[in-house]
Design a protein around this ligand. Sequence first.
Ligand SMILES: [Zn+2]
Length: 196
Amino acid sequence: MPDRHLRPSSGWIEVICGSMFSGKTEELLRRLRRAIIARQKVQLFKPLVDNRYGLRTVASHNGMKMEGQVIQNAQDLLQNIRADTTVVAIDEVQFFDTDIVQVCSDLAHRGLRVIVAGLDLDFRGEPFGPMPILMAQAESVDKLHAICMKCGGEASRTQRLIDNRPAFYEDPVVMIGASETYEARCRACHEVPHKP
Ligand SMILES: [Zn+2]
């Protein structure tokens, strides 16, 4: 990314999206590291997903790590922003409801640089939560790609596998007693049986 990101004249929103294993968190942490080198005051947040509050490590698949603060919702984020913060980053932003869009927009209006990373599509290949609106309102959107585990092409989608078979469109989000895995796939190799 060009250095304009280091010295924003006013606030804005950057979206980093793509399938699982596309390097979104790695890219988010890379931008944060550069902002820290530029002496910006940075805060990193992540959603509460498994009832563990407090500071949690945000780690990328390639081993990069940073401490992030766990928050429950968009209001929670607003309440935790420090007065001197200039860069706000959110990982796994797809898990928030659409209230997060207004909060990101308010922060950008206040002059902050907001960087969010998340899955643009769910395992069904459909837009994930607040992502489409965030992508529309952002000044910058980067769509990263993984490698398709079937054909080696550019993967844009996340394949959900339950007991090693493609998950059905209508399968519940939590499958008790089943072994669930995910892999990156391209459009042609992505399988969603029973998709209407
Ligand atoms: Zn493929």
